[in-house]
Every structure is written in C-alpha cells, then in structure tokens.
Design a binder for this molecule. Structure first.
Ligand code: ZN
Length: 104
C-alpha cells in the first residue's frame, strides 16, 4: 500500500457572477459582473439540463424533450455558485453553475 491519498479536485472559483437574472417570456436575460448582457432561450436552457435524469437519457441516446412554449416559472439560487430553474413542464432538477451558463 502506498498510503497516498487521492485529492478531490474542486472546480476553480467562477471568474464571473450574474448581477441580474430576469425571465422574459421565453428568454432568460443574464447581466454579468463584467458587463456582458445575454439573452438565452428557455428552450435551449431546458435542453442543456445536466441533471441525473437528463444525463441518463443522453447516455441512452435520447435528448431531453422540450415542450413548445416552455417557460421558467421560478429561479432558485444555489448559494452564490449556480441557479436552479423550475420549468413549466415541472422539470426542476437542473443545476446550472455560472461557469456552465457562461458557455451556453
Ligand atoms: Zn434534467
């Protein structure tokens, strides 16, 4: 036995945080602390969901089914690291870390 301890690698601190998140119909507007101002489609967000259920479906070759006219009904913050949107189809398991949202 080597006795070596495997260290967990935590993700780096996010370099940017939203200063404002607002839902407007089928879009989510995020204003970032570096001034970047983006509109994301709610359908694209739902389709990018990384929850365990959507990831399992992807492993089985199925992309998440996105209802026409899908909306976000609530946004929960996960400390200061991520958001957890509640979609109008009842899906509410997705956690969207800031680093992930920046790449969408
Ligand atoms: Zn999901």
């Amino acid at each position: 036995m080597s006795g070596a301890v495997q260290r967990l690698q935590y993700p780096a601190e996010p370099t940017s945080h939203p200063v404002d998140i607002a839902v407007r119909d089928d879009k989510l507007r995020i204003v970032w602390d570096d001034g970047r101002d983006v509109l994301l489609s709610v359908a694209a967000l739902r389709s990018a969901c990384r929850c365990a259920f959507c990831e399992r479906d992807r492993r089985n070759g199925q992309e998440p089914v996105v209802e026409a006219g899908i909306r976000i009904t609530e946004i929960r913050l996960v400390a200061d690291k991520a958001m957890n949107p509640v979609f109008s189809d009842g899906h509410e398991r997705g956690i969207y870390p800031w680093e992930f949202l920046r790449k969408l």
